[in-house]
Design a protein around this ligand. Structure first.
Ligand SMILES: [Cu+2]
Length: 248
C-alpha cells in the first residue's frame, strides 16, 4: 500500500503549519512593538503562552508524523464487531507523563496570568507622589480628557492627550453615551468606557513620543475613526505645559 494523494496532502498541510510556526518565531525576534511598563509584563506573558504553545504544537506534530510513518502500509488486521471492547493501546506511563506536563504548563500559565492581572489592576501599588488621575469620557465619536488642575482636552482638537514620561498616570474612564473602550495599544491597555460607571487603569510610559489612542468597542458608524494620540513628554516639557494651564 503506497502513499495516496489524500495522505500526501495531509502531510504537506501539516508541514506547512509547522513552517508557519517558525515564521512566527522569526516575527517575535523582531520585537512586539510595545512601550512602557505594561508592555513589558504583557509581552512577557504573550511570549510565555506562545512558547508553551509552540512546544505543545511541535510535540503533537512530531507524534503525528511518528504514527504516520511507523504504521505506514501496515494492516492492523483488526475488525471490530458489535459488543467487542477496543484493543487497549499506548502506555499508562506515557499518559501520566503527558498529564503531568500539561498540568505543570497550566499552573505556570495561570500563576503568571494572575500576577499580570494584579499588575494591571492594582495601580495603588505602583503610583507615586507625582502620579495624577486624568478623567477620560468617551462620546460618539471622540474622547474627552480632564486633568486635576482643570485643563480640558478632547481628541477632536489637534492637540494630543499629554502625559509625562516615567510617571505612573491613572485614567478614570466613563462614557457620556454608549459603550466605548479606551485603548492604548502600544501601552497594552484597554479600559471599558461605560455610562454611569467609572473604570480605572494606569500606565507608566518609559519612552518619549506619540502613540495612538483607539476606541476598542464597536460604538456606532464612526467607531473606526474614534481615536486620537497620546504624547509622552519629558517631565520638564510636561510641567511647563501643565503649569501654563492652557486648555484647548
Ligand atoms: Cu467608541
Amino acid at each position: 500500500m503506497g502513499m495516496n494523494n489524500k495522505t500526501t496532502g495531509v502531510l504537506f498541510f501539516s508541514i506547512t503549519i509547522l513552517m508557519l510556526t517558525f515564521a512566527s518565531i522569526y516575527n517575535w525576534f523582531q520585537g512586539l512593538g510595545g512601550s512602557g511598563a505594561h508592555a513589558e509584563v504583557y509581552d512577557e506573558l504573550f511570549t510565555l503562552y506562545w512558547s508553551l504553545g509552540t512546544v505543545i504544537g511541535i510535540a503533537v506534530y512530531a507524534y503525528f508524523l511518528y504514527l504516520v510513518y511507523t504504521s505506514w502500509g501496515k494492516d492492523s488486521g483488526e475488525e471490530m464487531t458489535i459488543g467487542q471492547s477496543p484493543v487497549v493501546r499506548g502506555s499508562n506511563k506515557g499518559a501520566i507523563i503527558v498529564s503531568f506536563t500539561i498540568a505543570l504548563f497550566l499552573l505556570v500559565l495561570s500563576d503568571t496570568t494572575f500576577d499580570s492581572i494584579d499588575f494591571f489592576e492594582q495601580h495603588e501599588e505602583h503610583t507615586t507622589d507625582n502620579s495624577f488621575t486624568i478623567a477620560v469620557t468617551g462620546y460618539q465619536y471622540y474622547w474627552d480628557y480632564e486633568y486635576p488642575n482643570g485643563i480640558h482636552l478632547t481628541s477632536v482638537g489637534e492637540e494630543p492627550l499629554k502625559i509625562p514620561v516615567d510617571v505612573p498616570v491613572v485614567f478614570e474612564v466613563t462614557s457620556g453615551d454608549v459603550f466605548h473602550s479606551f485603548a492604548l495599544p502600544e501601552h497594552r491597555i484597554k479600559i471599558d468606557s461605560i455610562p454611569g460607571r467609572s473604570n480605572e487603569g494606569w500606565i507608566l510610559a518609559d519612552e518619549v513620543g506619540t502613540f495612538p489612542i483607539m476606541c476598542a468597542e464597536l460604538c456606532g458608524d464612526e467607531h473606526a475613526i474614534m481615536g486620537g494620540e497620546i504624547e509622552v513628554m519629558s517631565t520638564e516639557d510636561f510641567d511647563a505645559w501643565y503649569n501654563s494651564g492652557v486648555s484647548a
